[in-house]
Ligand binder design. Structure first.
Ligand SMILES: [Zn+2]
Length: 106
């Protein structure tokens, strides 16, 4: 499992650049799948690097892509191994954030 940070300023712009879960402004996407894709595209899954929330990249007008929350239905449609993987990474992100927060406040 590797997490790759992708800049979103190439080829296609990301609109609605806030995490639909925590509303944190996003300037890069964390791709949960294996590297090799340069730009996230509609249908890709995104994990918020701030809250671990799972989102979908969706088509938006003007050759743009946007982030939308994964609905409960969509979540249940994911293969169970993918769900397990996403949950694991999501948990790692949350723990990482907690550690960071702890360091910051001593
Ligand atoms: Zn978030």
């Amino acid at each position: 499992m590797c997490i790759v940070k992708h800049k979103l300023d190439i080829k296609r712009k990301l609109v609605n650049t806030r995490c639909p879960h925590c509303q944190h402004k996003l300037d890069a996407a964390t791709e949960a799948e294996v590297a090799g894709k340069e730009v996230p595209k509609a249908g890709d899954i995104s994990l918020c690097f701030y809250c671990g929330g799972v989102s979908n990249f969706v088509e938006a007008p003007g050759d743009m892509i946007a982030l939308e929350k994964v609905s409960d239905e969509e979540w249940l449609d994911f293969p169970s191994d993918l769900r397990a993987k996403l949950q694991r990474v999501s948990r790692d992100i949350i723990e990482f954030r907690k550690r960071k927060e702890h360091e910051r406040h001593g």
